[in-house]
Design a protein around this ligand. Structure first.
Ligand code: ZN
Length: 176
C-alpha cells in the first residue's frame, strides 16, 4: 500500500469542489485501495484526518481517526452532509497536512451531526463533539475547496510551528 503525495496549498485541486462518489463504486477494489492508501498516508505524515482532494482525488471521501484520550474512532465518510450544527461555538487550534508549518485558531460549532456512507457503502449518522467535530468540519471543508485559513476570523493567531511549540503548545492541536 503506497503512501500518497500530499497536495500543498497552491495546488488547484485543493480549491475545487469535489465530485460525489457513485455509491456503486464504493465496494470496488480500486476504491477500497484508495481508502487504505489514504489511511496509510494519514498515519505516516502523521495526521488525524485526510480528505481525498489532499491526495489529488477530487471526490467526496475523507478518512480520520485519533487514538487516545480525547480522540475519536477511525471513520470513513463518503458523500458526507452535515445535517445539524450545535448552537455553541468553540475555538480550536488547527493545522493541515496541506499547509506546512502553520497553526491557527478557528471558531466552529462545537457539535455537528453528519450523514454519509461508510467504507462498506452503509448509510451512517454520526453526532460528534470535541476534536471529532473539529476534524469532520475541517475535512469536509476540503471537499468544497476550503482550507482552515479561509475559516480564520482573526489572522493574528496564525503561528509558525516553531513559535507555536514555544508559546502555545500546551493547547491541543489537530493536524488535519
Ligand atoms: Zn486539512
Amino acid at each position: 500500500m503506497p503512501v500518497l503525495p500530499i497536495a500543498k496549498l497552491g495546488n488547484p485541486v485543493l480549491r475545487k469542489v469535489a465530485a460525489r462518489v457513485d455509491p456503486r463504486d464504493i465496494r470496488t477494489k480500486e476504491f477500497q485501495q484508495l481508502i487504505d492508501d489514504m489511511f496509510e498516508t494519514m498515519l505516516e505524515e502523521p495526521g488525524i484526518g485526510l480528505a481525498a482532494p489532499q491526495v489529488s482525488q477530487s471526490i467526496q471521501l475523507v478518512v480520520m481517526g485519533c487514538e487516545g484520550e480525547g480522540g475519536f474512532p477511525t471513520t470513513t465518510l463518503i458523500n458526507p452532509t452535515i445535517v445539524y450544527y450545535g448552537p455553541q461555538q468553540v475555538d480550536n487550534w488547527e493545522g493541515c497536512l496541506s499547509v506546512d508549518g502553520f497553526r491557527g485558531k478557528v471558531t466552529r460549532p462545537a457539535v455537528v451531526r453528519v450523514q454519509a456512507f461508510d467504507r462498506d457503502g452503509t448509510s451512517i449518522d454520526v453526532e460528534a463533539d470535541g476534536l471529532y467535530a473539529v476534524c469532520i468540519q475541517h475535512e469536509m471543508d476540503h471537499l468544497i475547496g476550503k482550507v482552515f485559513l479561509d475559516r480564520m476570523t482573526d489572522l493574528s493567531t496564525l503561528t509558525q510551528l516553531s513559535e507555536f511549540e514555544k508559546f502555545w503548545r500546551k493547547e491541543p492541536t489537530p493536524v488535519i
